[in-house]
Design a binder for this molecule. Structure first.
Ligand code: ZN
Length: 477
């Protein structure tokens, strides 16, 4: 007797796509059975998903909730973005069941204290499963090193590092390469992976000076500041540094340029364990979008680039240098997103957690002919593997968590902010999506069906993660 059977004819499993019945008992998948093995009387509930696409729940490995947005004027009010409840609710509506946020250390307290603060934000206040990358900023005192080793063992193996302050107004984020070197030694030894925001700080800050001098402070010039050469220099330097620490595994966040893709590919060709993440807005928009009305809505740091960069990001998925598609979610309203309009104060991040899976299905499967397996890898499975959650997450297989999404071609739609659950705007306004989730199941519980929401704030659970040795030793996906 099962709690739920989902019968599908396009079920994406690690063994390929086919007609299978996904049989669920409690939190987990008990069996992937040949159609009709069990009749309707053998389950509490049966859902017919034939004619639709059945995939493991989406995983967004890069989101920010309750993130502070600096005030425009010094001494002004800090704005906080929406919390885990809002972001995870939107995620469930869009077919994402796991989110990775950040616990941010800012030169104060222990890492344990930082994680505990984040726990208070998430526990009992979310509808998806979740974990955090531990974000380190600025100078790292030696006494923090043993704490990094500890948090890796406790299930936080991914450590986020900035190689740039990003803007002159956000001083303090950048970690210098001496300190990164020390952190890498700990990561290599203790089973960690470095999640890097890599830009060449000197080039970026130089370009802020140049554009200021030239009186070209408008945000439409962001691609000149956060430019492709900066991505090239920074990626290659960080990779070289990691090579010196016996191949510290790297996860390059929000790759935005062809130069970044090329650097990752060259390192992978040498057997170096490195993985690229891009964002769906980088795949869909270029710096020309900055010129549209409210053009800030397309922006996140580093910056949108050229069509040729976009092409490289798409190609990188096929060649292995881009492994996952994230959002860099910053859920705030339009007025906050567009409050800054200069190269040094434009709000980063994006509201995109909800449409991500459906937009990527449309772009990948319908427009570019990707297989369903490849699409599933990019929106779910690869992130689970790299971030140490596989096969608990990211797989429709016996023993895996019963996180299941049904994508329904019958619910294709024009995306509008009014129909989403994130914010009062969406960069995807007017986009024709070929599918939409008709069902999202989190660990066996139906969270959303045909737009109706059944989640409870206590449904989401913390995920203790451990990165597999294969992932850490070579480019394993
Ligand atoms: Zn981010």
């Amino acid at each position: 007797m099962f709690d739920l059977i989902i019968r599908g004819d396009q079920v994406v499993t690690p063994q390929g796509t086919g007609a299978w019945d996904v049989c669920i008992q409690g939190d987990t998948i008990a069996a992937i059975a040949a159609p009709g093995t069990f009749d309707d009387s053998q389950a509490g509930q049966v859902i017919d998903a034939r004619g639709k696409i059945v995939i493991p729940g989406g995983i967004d490995p890069h989101i920010h909730s309750l993130w502070h947005i600096p005030p425009l004027e010094e001494g002004g009010e800090v704005t906080w973005t929406d919390g885990p409840d809002v972001v995870s609710r939107a995620a469930i509506h869009g077919g994402t069941t796991t989110l990775l946020d950040f616990a941010s250390w800012q030169q104060k307290g222990t890492l344990e204290e930082v994680i505990n603060v984040r726990k208070q934000d998430w526990t009992g206040n979310c509808y998806t499963d979740y974990g955090y990358h531990v974000l380190l900023q600025g100078a790292i005192p030696p006494e923090l090193m043993p704490q990094i080793a500890e948090v890796i063992q406790e299930g936080y193996p991914s450590i986020k590092i900035f190689t740039t302050d990003i803007t002159p107004s956000r001083r303090g984020r950048k970690m210098n390469h001496g300190h990164i070197w020390e952190v890498f030694k700990v990561l290599k030894k203790e089973g960690g992976i470095a999640a890097i925001h890599a830009e060449d700080d000197e080039i970026v800050m130089h370009m802020y000076d140049v554009l200021q001098r030239e009186g070209r402070m408008g945000f439409e010039n962001l691609a000149e500041v956060h430019n492709t050469m900066s991505e090239d220099l920074s990626f290659r330097r960080i990779i070289r540094l990691a090579e010196h620490v016996d191949g510290t595994p790297l996860y390059m966040m929000h790759v935005s340029a062809a130069t970044g893709v090329a650097a990752i590919e060259a390192a992978r060709a040498k057997g170096f364990p490195i993985y690229g993440e891009t964002l769906h807005q980088y795949l869909m928009f270029t710096h020309e979008h900055y010129k549209r009305p409210n053009g800030q809505i397309y922006h996140t740091y580093p910056s949108l680039k050229e069509t040729s960069d976009q092409d490289a990001l798409w190609e990188g998925q096929l060649r292995g240098s881009i492994s996952s598609i994230a959002t860099d979610e910053i859920c705030c309203n339009l007025s906050t997103k567009t409050q800054g309009c200069r190269i040094d104060d434009t709000t980063g991040g994006n509201a995109g957690c909800e449409p991500r899976v459906s937009v990527m299905y449309t772009e990948m499967v319908k427009k570019r002919g990707y297989t369903l397996e490849k699409f599933t890898d990019l929106v779910s499975t690869n992130a689970a593997k790299i971030m140490g959650m596989y096969p608990q997450k990211g797989a429709l297989a016996a023993g895996s968590d019963a996180d299941i999404v049904v994508l329904d071609p019958g619910q294709s739609r024009t995306i509008t902010a009014a129909r989403l659950h994130e914010s009062d705007y969406t960069p995807w306004e007017g986009y024709e999506s070929e599918v939409w989730p008709s069902l999202t199941v989190l660990r066996g519980k139906v969270m959303m069906q045909d737009g109706e929401f059944f989640g409870d704030r206590t449904d989401g659970k913390f995920l203790k993660r451990k990165v597999a040795e294969a992932i850490r030793n070579r480019p394993a996906i």
